[in-house]
Design a binder for this molecule. Sequence first.
Ligand code: SF4
Length: 360
Amino acid sequence: MDKKRKIIPIFVPHIGCKNNCIFCNQKRITGRINPKIDSNYVNTIVNDYLKTMEEDIIKEIAFFGGSFTAINIDMQKELLNSAYKFKNNGVINNIRISTRPDAINNEILELQKKYGVDIIELGIQSLDEDVLNTAKRGHSIDDCKKASKLIKEYEFILGHQIMPGLPKSNKNKDVKTCRESVLMKPKIARIYPTLVIKDTELEQMYNEGMYEPLNISEAVDICAEIYSIYKSNDINVIRIGLQNTENINLDNDVVAGPFHPAFRQLVEEKIFLNILIKALTENKISNSIVTIKANEKLFSKIIGQKRNNIKLIKTKFKLKKVEIVDWDVKNQLMLFNDNKNISHIMVDDAYTNYVKTCIG
Ligand code: SF4
């Protein structure tokens, strides 16, 4: 069985970043304003986290926020050195950083190697030049490709972060971004649908009527396709949607956009709804009792929030009743119609099928 993995997040807000992307107020996203960033900062955070962590898990130090490899070299060395000591002593297993595609070159990667960095996540956001320019990202598609290639050549684990719903983007461009990201062979991905955050240029554009964010249902629709493309290419999607924090919520820093505290759940349940609809349609089911056998862990995805999936298939197929029963087998579903087995589904195939449905 895979070991549990816990991240020790170390926020390095905006230091090192000369950019001002229209959607970013990094100080707010990280939830901390101007902490003193040095080795003590790293040591204190790591030691505090370690006190609360179980022994037998994979522990990872992650430098989030800002653009880590654009920080001045001395500070990078100081922060990495602190992290590396924990790794060298066997206290933590991995170190990860996140950065911009144009802040990657041989010298930078050699430094990360020397200090034991394992994972490098690139904020590529979009692979459409017009979208990148409008977002004032300050880097090109070519930078994303070159940086991804170099990171892989140095044998780091490559991660991609993408942002559906940026100004001048649309579903086609967002899906194309994902497909082109897949070609660069990241091992992990994060999908952050664009939110309008307070005190950003995007907020100004939104207030002036120059930008309309995706609504929740549009964002779920795009992210379900993107998520399924990544999953069916064996890329581990480690996050969908910004995390609900003290500042990131609709009463605080999020001015507008598809924010939902359980966004990933919404995406998963859309994919499971697709599985159910496909199976019931193919078997021409109507006016009968349907039983779904699945592992308890899948129940919430199958049922949906507020039982939405069940209500929807009940109405669409005029079902008399939908039952769901526990099955001691992982990642598979069995569907019965009036006690007759009509479908046996592997969850992994569901992602490939979802992509096919979107294309079709
Ligand atoms: S590069 Fe990253 S940290 Fe810098 S402004 Fe853009 S999103 Fe924010």
